[in-house]
Design a binder for this molecule. Structure first.
Ligand SMILES: C[S@@+](CC[C@H](N)C(=O)[O-])C[C@H]1O[C@@H](n2cnc3c(N)ncnc32)[C@H](O)[C@@H]1O
Length: 302
C-alpha cells in the first residue's frame, strides 16, 4: 500500500501527555496507537524502567511500531484491554491515553472508504478482518436498524426517510460504492450543505461498522479496575456522542443514572476530574484542521 502522506499528525500532543502526569518508572497504555505520535511522546518521558503498551486494531498501524524495549504494540481492539494487558503481565497501570476515532491515514487511503472525498466500495472497517462493513450495514440492515443508525449516530432528522429510500433502492440493485450511496440519498443533500450532511451520514455508518459506542463503553468500564490509585485517564473525543459518555463516566463512573452514596451520603465514584475541558488552540486548528472538533478530558483514579 502506498503511504506517501504523513500517517497522522497527533492532536493536543503536549496537553494529552501532560494529563498523564507521567511517573518515569510507571506503566502506561496508549489505546489508539495510529501513527504513534502520542506513544513517542510518552516514551520520551519514561525512564529505563518505564513501560508502554499500545493498542490498534488496524493492521496498517503496525508499520509504525517503535523499536524500543520498553514498548509493546498489540494489534487488538481496546475493548479487550484488561484481557490483553493481563496476557502481557500488566495487571495494573499508571495511565491510559486514548485519541478516539479515525486516523488521517485511514481517511486518506481511498479504498478504506472513510472519506467523502473519494469514490470507493462501501467499507469503513478500522479492523479489516471484521465481518461487518459499510456494505453490510447499507445492504443488509432492516429499515428500522438503518433508521436508528442514522438517528442515533448521525443525529439526522431525515433518518426515517433515508432508511426507507435505501431499502427501496437496494431491492432494485445492491448499493456497492460511496457514489451509489450518494446518488440514492441525493435528495437529502442540499447543495449548500452537501458535505456537512454527507459527513453525518458517513459518521453514522462508521460508528455502527466499528461498534464504536459499544467499544468505548466496554473500555471505559474496565479502566477503574486497571488503574492504580492516582493513575490517570487522558481521553480525546471527536464527536458529542463520545464526549458525553466520557464526561458522564468521569463524573459518575457510569453512563446513566446516579452513583450510590456511601455511609456519609457522599457519592462513591472511581475518578476525580482533573482540569476542565481542554480544546486545541486556534493555532493548532490552523495547522491541523482535524484537531477542530477535539475535546480532551483528564481524570485521576481515586
Ligand atoms: C485518531 S487515531 C490515533 C492517532 C495517534 N494518537 C497518533 O498520534 O498517531 C485513532 C486510531 O485508533 C484506532 N482505533 C480506533 N478505535 C479502536 C479500537 N476500538 N481498538 C483499537 N484501536 C482503535 C484506529 O485504528 C486509529 O489508528
Amino acid at each position: 500500500m502506498m503511504m506517501t502522506m504523513e500517517y497522522h499528525n497527533p492532536v493536543l500532543l503536549k496537553e494529552t501527555v501532560d494529563g498523564l502526569n507521567i511517573n518515569p518508572d510507571g506503566i502506561y497504555v496508549d489505546v489508539t496507537f495510529g501513527g504513534g505520535g502520542h506513544s513517542k511522546e510518552i516514551l520520551k518521558r519514561l525512564g529505563d524502567k518505564g513501560k508502554l503498551f499500545a493498542f490498534d486494531q488496524d493492521q496498517d498501524a503496525l508499520e509504525n511500531t517503535i523499536d524500543d524495549s520498553r514498548f509493546t504494540l498489540i494489534n487488538e481492539n481496546f475493548r479487550y484491554i484488561k484481557r490483553f494487558l493481563r496476557f502481557y503481565g500488566a495487571k495494573k497501570v499508571d495511565g491510559i491515553l486514548a485519541d478516539f476515532g479515525v486516523s488521517s491515514h485511514q481517511f486518506d487511503v481511498a479504498e478504506r472508504g472513510f472519506s467523502t472525498r473519494f469514490e470507493a466500495d462501501l467499507d469503513m472497517r478500522m479492523n479489516q478482518q471484521n465481518a461487518l462493513s459499510a456494505f453490510q450495514v447499507v445492504n443488509k440492515y432492516d429499515e428500522e436498524q438503518l433508521k436508528q443508525v442514522f438517528l442515533q449516530y448521525g443525529e439526522l432528522r431525515a433518518a426515517p426517510a433515508m432508511a426507507r429510500l435505501i431499502v427501496e433502492q437496494r431491492e432494485v440493485q445492491p448499493i456497492v460504492t460511496s457514489e451509489e450511496l450518494k446518488a440514492v440519498l441525493k435528495k437529502f443533500l442540499p447543495p449548500r450543505h452537501e458535505n456537512k450532511v454527507l459527513a453525518q451520514i458517513y459518521q453514522a455508518i462508521r460508528i455502527e461498522v466499528n461498534q464504536e459506542i459499544e467499544a468505548l463503553k466496554e473500555f471505559l468500564e474496565q479502566t477503574p479496575e486497571i488503574l492504580n490509585e492516582g493513575g490517570r485517564l487522558s481521553l480525546i473525543s471527536y464527536h458529542s456522542l463520545e464526549d458525553r459518555l466520557v464526561k458522564r463516566f468521569i463524573r459518575n463512573g457510569m453512563f446513566e443514572g446516579e452513583p450510590e452514596r456511601d455511609m456519609y451520603g457522599n457519592f462513591e465514584v472511581p475518578f476525580r476530574k482533573v482540569n476542565g475541558l481542554i480544546v486545541p488552540s486556534k493555532e493548532e486548528i490552523k495547522i491541523n484542521s482535524r484537531a477542530r472538533s477535539a475535546k480532551l478530558r483528564i481524570a485521576e483514579k481515586i
